[in-house]
Write a protein that binds this ligand. Structure first.
Ligand code: B12
Ligand code: SF4
Length: 523
């Protein structure tokens, strides 16, 4: 049977990274089937096109995964596919909580023939077998012999054949530049960010988050060996095709068990498996100097920190009191000293937020080493404690906000400001962090660094701008380039000056991403 795994587009920007679930289920598909992957963010399709694709490719089963924010789009695509007579299975965090909605059991239309609840590592092979026999059940749940939910162990972990997969749709280098950049340094003909997980689960249970409920509060880890082997495979592929690969460790908190993280990083360094990597780590775990040394030595360039708010009252309200705003500056300095910068994520519309929260947040951000601030609104995702609290107190204004999804729009009333004020704060945060002046300031803040670091922060800010300001066409990119022409001119001049100047043996080049300049003996 030919199976299509489809991830709907988010409609705002191209994804910088594909979704892991597709590769994982592809690797877990029983032998004898062919699995095609389509990520709508890389290969945009509308309902007619996907139906045509399913017919042309003789697809016998379609699997669709979606977060809450894309589920309405996922349902529309599922409807179009089901109209061709091909069954659709849906999975992922949203339909796990809203299975009745997907199956049309709550009075609404039906969108899926079957739903995979929770982690589907063990149920996916059964789903495929049932589909082959034409006997799909409506619900697949990972249960043990006593009917209790069973979380799959990540040991053993399936081998994703990164060396053989067709990853053309996920190359971030524009096509016309491939031949030119292929021979540049170690080769930049391709640049891909690849998701890798080293563990699942999070014990913290923040009120707005689905992770503790979905993956559980105890953590399951892959073996160090299995993670190291995956990195080596990715590194070998990049080398072979004259390109670069960076890894996003998608663990919710990559350093949740500091001892284990240190041991993994030591093994990565010992095996020379370093690639340029990014991970999510909460600020409280970045106090440990030895850990941060190892993080730097193993190739990390960016860390995503869910700061959420600079107001401790807000953090306490959402059960994230373990994160201490007074520590943020020291943590970021500690990282910056090792040439690692942070993606700092903030939520506006929290219960203690009042008008002016964006500027108050930015005052703090401006006093830190430059990074990539990102902003969102407090969103009641289904089945979270936050959803329940707001529902119980009658504060939900759009209880099924996902069926009428509007990006960056509140679905409840904040306590100390209006919905419109919360939207204005969000807009202020983005506009003042990604204006040409803000980009120039971020670059200037790294004047004492290597020019590569300045290029790095500038390009990263340009890309992150696309999270909020739609950057779909060539004209939107052109406009941004014109607006930032002064900074670009400056960086090109500095880069050229460095290019013609002979390099001193001691100089390091921070653009060597796939081969980070790290000290193997470090830590
Ligand atoms: C990596 C990641 C991202 C990446 C992008 C996604 C990517 N390209 O991988 C980035 C950083 C960009 C991101 C952004 C956002 N994210 Co995010 N992200 C994650 C994260 C940390 C890992 C995802 C992952 O790969 N998990 C590991 C895989 C194996 O798990 P999985 O995807 O759930 O798949 C398993 C099952 O769900 C199931 N399954 C999944 N799909 C399917 C499909 C079929 C057919 C079947 C049978 C089974 C199945 O099988 C898989 C194996 O067991 C998760 C948290 C988490 N731990 O999952 C949050 C998470 C998915 N993100 C979340 C959110 C809210 C967001 C944002 C909206 C945040 C924001 N406010 O801006 C944005 C939206 C981005 C967008 N493009 O629209 C929520 C989604 C909750 C929900 N109900 O929708 C999560 C769960 C975290 C949370 N805080 O609750 N995110
Ligand atoms: S927000 Fe992060 S730390 Fe909090 S429960 Fe979710 S994954 Fe864990």
């Amino acid at each position: 049977m030919r199976i299509l795994l489809y991830n709907p587009d988010n409609g705002v920007t191209r994804n910088f990274m594909p979704h892991l679930w597709m590769f994982l289920l592809q690797a877990l598909t029983p032998p004898g089937h062919e699995v095609l992957l389509v990520d709508g963010n890389a290969q945009p399709m509308d309902e007619t096109q996907i139906a045509q694709f399913v017919r042309d490719q003789n697809i016998g089963l379609v699997g669709i995964g979606a977060m809450t924010r894309m589920v309405a789009r996922a349902y529309r695509m599922a409807d179009a596919i089901r109209a061709t007579g091909v069954p659709v299975v849906m999975g992922g965090p949203h339909v796990t909580e809203e299975a009745d909605e997907a199956l049309g059991r709550n009075g609404g239309p039906r969108h899926a023939d079957a739903v995979a609840l929770g982690e589907a590592d063990e149920t996916w092979p059964l789903i495929v077998e049932d589909a082959v026999r034409g006997k799909l059940k409506e619900i697949y749940a990972p249960l043990d012999g006593t009917g209790k939910e069973r979380k799959p162990s990540l040991n053993p972990y399936p081998t994703i054949p990164w060396d053989k997969l067709d990853l053309n749709q996920f190359n971030l280098i524009p096509k016309m530049l491939h031949p030119l950049l292929k021979g540049f340094r170690e080769g930049w003909g391709t640049f891909r960010i690849v998701p890798v997980e080293s563990g699942r689960g999070c014990p913290y249970g923040c009120e707005f988050c689905t992770v503790t409920g979905f993956f559980g509060d105890s953590i399951r880890f892959r073996t160090n060996e299995s993670v190291v082997n995956e990195l080596l495979l990715l590194k070998a592929r990049a080398l072979k095709e004259g390109g670069q690969i960076a890894v996003f460790f998608i663990d919710d908190n990559f350093a949740i068990n500091v001892k284990r993280t240190k041991s993994l990083l030591r093994d990565i360094i010992a095996a020379k498996a370093q690639v340029f990597w990014v991970a999510q780590i909460s600020a409280n775990l970045l106090r440990d100097e030895e850990l941060v040394d190892l993080i730097a030595a193993s190739g990390c360039k960016w860390i995503f920190i869910g700061m959420e708010s600079v107001d401790p009252v807000n953090l306490k309200d959402v059960n994230k009191g373990f994160s201490k705003p007074e520590e943020y500056a020291a943590v970021l300095e500690r990282l910056a000293k090792r040439n690692i910068y942070a993606i700092t994520s903030f939520i506006f519309g929290m219960d203690n937020d009042t008008a002016g929260v964006a500027e108050r947040t930015l005052q703090q951000v401006r006093s830190w080493p430059p990074g990539l601030p990102v902003f969102g609104l407090l969103t009641p995702l289904p089945a979270t404690p936050l959803y329940k609290r707001l529902e119980d107190t009658g504060r939900l204004t759009r209880p099924q906000h996902w069926l009428d999804f509007v990006p960056f729009t509140m679905a409840h009333t904040p306590l100390k400001m209006t919905i419109d004020e919360a939207h204005a704060e969000l807009n202020y945060g983005w506009a003042h962090s990604y204006s040409p002046e803000a980009l120039a300031q971020a670059v200037a803040a790294l004047d004492d660094n290597h020019v590569g670091d300045r290029v790095n922060i500038f390009l990263a800010r340009l890309c992150f701008r696309g999270i909020y300001f739609p950057m779909m066409g060539k004209s939107s990119w052109l406009r941004v380039i014109i607006e930032n022409r002064r900074t670009i001119r400056r960086l090109v001049k500095e880069g050229l000056a460095r290019w013609v100047r002979p390099r001193s043996p001691a100089s390091h080049d921070s653009l060597d991403l796939a081969k980070p300049s790290v000290n193997d003996e470090a830590a």
